[in-house]
Design a protein around this ligand. Structure first.
Ligand SMILES: Nc1nc2c(c(=O)[nH]1)N[C@H]1C(S)=C(S)[C@@H](COP(=O)(O)OP(=O)(O)OC[C@H]3O[C@@H](n4cnc5c(N)ncnc54)[C@H](O)[C@@H]3O)O[C@H]1N2
Ligand code: MOO
Length: 403
């Protein structure tokens, strides 16, 4: 962090550390591996088989003995995928091979089909390249029975599911996904976007948060809840069975910003409120028993940024991730950036060739600019203006950078 004017607001890094301090993954549950994509493993996966289980051919062609390179040969049979040839080869003989088929027993070599001339059972060299062991995939080159192929704490991906299945595993223990309650709050919110009157706005944050958290949580949506203490407390009660409660709106200091007073009236413990982040200053983090509560600011961009930096990491930590925070990559600025005030600032940005271009619209309610963003650029509090070409930390958004 660069030096900046003293700030009464909690620094971003400290707020993130406090968010997950003491957060333990939720209990494990058994799942079929094929149904466990995106879950975090609660156990090591130990290979029950060796892969390949025997030497295989990597190409279509013919197997010969390794000490029998010149030919000609007599083709005595075939080893096809799933149908191995059981006998060792005698000198002067060969076996037809398909890709993935087992090599015959013994020290062998593979003659590529392209380098062979076949006439009935007779086989001869048809090029400079004779049989070679290079085209053999050796037994156990990928993994051997007893190897730890996936460690506890790993997130299952399509490739890791394939690896687990290949290792002989069909079921795994994974951490339970958090149950999440998403509460829209504010008297101005209309549940039906097509029916919003001029003094109302559509309640878009709840749907946005539900979409952002969908791969990580089982979510229920509540609200829109009016700006009344009793209504908010009722909503918290309705959400009490969840692991995480997230609100949007009513987090700031106005007369109708009631999330904090309602949480206090509900006997929740406020951990911290207001951080040195732009957008996202009014963020509130609280707990009640094992329940985690996040009060996100109502401005849609502020909600999105604080969900990216706090809500998603909290859900990941509960779901078993050991590295739940987004990781930046360094990219050169395609356009300059202004100086930064006393809050760490996240600028909406777009991919631009091999660099990153900030979006000029910075209002924290501007959904059109947010929807065009595929990344956030992070600038520390007190940073001077940055020229074009300056390397900056870039966080790709959850949509994989394809806005
Ligand atoms: N005097 C001060 N005023 C404000 C401060 C401050 O420090 N002092 N902080 C500002 C900052 S920063 C932010 S961010 C906002 C956030 O305030 P709230 O969390 O209390 O949000 P609301 O006032 O309820 O709403 C702000 C804005 O967002 C719209 N909104 C709310 N909920 C939703 C929803 N579910 N879907 C879509 N849009 C929503 C709401 O209508 C407002 O337009 O406070 C500043 N004020
Ligand atoms: O910091 Mo507030 O979240 O911008 O507009």
């Amino acid at each position: 962090m660069s030096a900046s004017a003293p700030s009464p607001l909690l620094a971003l890094d400290e707020a993130q550390a406090r968010l997950i301090a003491g957060v333990a993954p939720l209990p494990a549950e058994p799942l079929a591996l094929v149904d466990a994509c995106d879950r975090w493993l609660a156990q090591d996966v130990i290979a029950g088989r060796t892969q390949p289980a025997a030497d295989l051919s990597a190409m279509d062609g013919y197997a010969t003995r390794a000490d029998d390179q010149a030919g000609p040969w007599r083709v005595v049979g075939e080893s096809a995928a799933g149908h191995p040839w059981p006998d060792a080869l005698a000198p002067g003989t060969a076996v037809r091979l398909s890709t993935g088929a087992l090599m015959p027993p013994g020290d062998g070599a593979v003659l590529l089909q392209e380098n062979a001339l076949r006439d009935g059972d007779l086989l001869a060299l048809a090029g400079a390249d004779g049989p070679t062991p290079r085209h053999i995939r050796r037994k156990g080159f990928d993994f051997a029975a007893g190897d730890t192929v996936l460690a506890a704490g790993t997130r299952l991906s399509p490739a890791r599911i394939a690896l687990g299945l290949m290792s002989g595993t069909s079921g795994v223990l994974v951490h339970r996904h958090p149950r999440l309650a998403i509460i829209d709050s504010g008297d101005e919110l209309a549940a039906d976007p097509a029916a919003a009157l001029p003094h109302q706005i559509p309640a878009s944050n709840g749907a946005m948060l539900a979409a952002m958290t969908a791969p990580l949580a089982e979510a229920v949506r509540l609200g829109p809840v009016p700006d009344r203490l009793d209504a908010l407390i009722n909503a918290f009660e309705a959400a009490a069975g969840c692991d995480v409660i997230v609100t949007s709106g009513g987090a700031s200091v106005g007369d109708h910003d009631l999330v904090r007073p309602a949480l206090e009236a509900w006997s929740a413990q406020i951990d911290f409120w207001r951080i040195a982040l732009r957008p996202g200053k009014p963020l509130l983090v609280a707990s009640k028993g094992d329940r985690h509560i996040l009060g996100l600011p109502g401005n849609p961009v502020s909600s999105h940024v604080t969900a990216t930096l706090f809500l998603l990491p909290l859900l990941r930590a509960l779901a078993g991730s050991r590295q739940p925070f987004p990781l930046p990559v360094m990219l050169p600025l395609a356009d300059p950036l202004p100086a930064v005030g006393n809050r760490t600032e996240f600028f909406r940005a777009r991919r631009h060739g091999s660099g990153i271009a900030p979006i000029s619209e910075r209002d924290s309610s501007a959904l059109r600019a947010l929807s065009q963003a595929d990344a956030l650029i992070r600038r520390e509090a007190g940073s001077p203006p940055a020229e074009k070409g300056t390397p900056v930390p870039v966080y790709w958004l959850e949509n994989g950078g394809n806005a």
